[in-house]
Design a protein around this ligand. Structure first.
Ligand code: F6R
Length: 247
């Protein structure tokens, strides 16, 4: 398996990181005129969406492809990732809601396959934004997920449900299951952009960038992609101080 070194851009904080990330997204979309913008939800990309709205001279006329979605939430639930993407991304950059797609379906793999076919038919993903979980997950691919995995239904770990309880009030209200793009699915995007801010991500980021590539740390799979950029702030890079950033 080829092992690539992601381009690493070190920034002071999430605000500066969001500006850099927005620039990278706009450059990628300008070069890749057919592909979708792959979006992550969560707190990490918020400054990127704000900066993207500021930096883009016009509405961004692209399909927005989400990484994942909770199962067992009613359609239109305010914490469903589809609604989050509509509010946080589509509203800001002028994408109509019918151009937002997220993995969804049922317990079979048919929904996942249909989602992937739709993305492919629409021109694929030009650049996929990723966050990283404290346990090294990407999308909802928890440790143990196969690096070849495709879009499917997964059971969320207690750690992830407790991290996401902030959006629901209590961990009991966080769904137990979700739909997620697989690691193999994510690797089929034409570019990847992983963002990480804050000390709570430093161990996961170090493992992803310098540990063995494997399913124990799903985010380590980004090193299998030839066009991946990591934008991280000083705190997230705390455990990687010996690594020379490449701007
Ligand atoms: C969100 C997603 C998750 C988050 C990760 C980090 O769509 O797929 O993998 O990127 O849990 O979450 P934050 O950014 O809230 O720390």
């Amino acid at each position: 398996m080829a092992d690539f070194t992601p381009r690493l851009v070190a920034v002071d904080d999430a605000i500066a990181g969001g500006r850099v990330a927005a620039r990278i997204l706009l450059e990628a979309l300008a070069e890749d005129t057919a592909g979708a913008l792959g979006v992550a939800t969560g707190s990490t990309p918020l400054t990127t969406w704000e900066a993207l709205a500021e930096q883009s001279p016009r509405p961004i006329d692209r399909l927005l492809v989400g990484l994942d979605e909770y199962a067992d939430l009613p359609r239109g639930h305010p914490q469903s990732f589809r609604r989050v993407i509509e509010r946080q991304v589509a509203d800001r950059i002028g994408v109509p809601y019918e151009r937002v797609i997220v993995p969804e379906g049922d317990d079979s793999d048919a929904g996942g396959r249909e989602f992937e076919r739709l993305v492919e038919r629409s021109g694929g993903v030009a650049i996929q934004v990723l966050g990283i979980g404290r346990n090294g997950h990407v999308a909802f691919n928890e440790p143990g997920s196969s690096l070849q995995s495709r879009t499917r239904t997964v059971r969320l770990t207690d750690e992830t449900r407790s991290d996401n309880a902030r959006d629901f009030g209590s961990i009991d209200d966080v769904p137990q299951r979700a739909f997620t793009q697989g690691i193999g699915t994510i690797l089929s995007a034409r570019r990847l952009l992983l963002l990480a801010w804050g000390e709570s991500k430093s161990t996961a980021l170090r493992s992803a960038l310098t540990g063995p590539i494997g399913s124990r740390v799903p985010a380590s799979a980004i090193r299998l992609h030839p066009r991946c950029t990591v934008v991280a702030d000083r705190d997230a890079l705390e455990e990687l101080r010996h690594v020379e950033p490449r701007a």
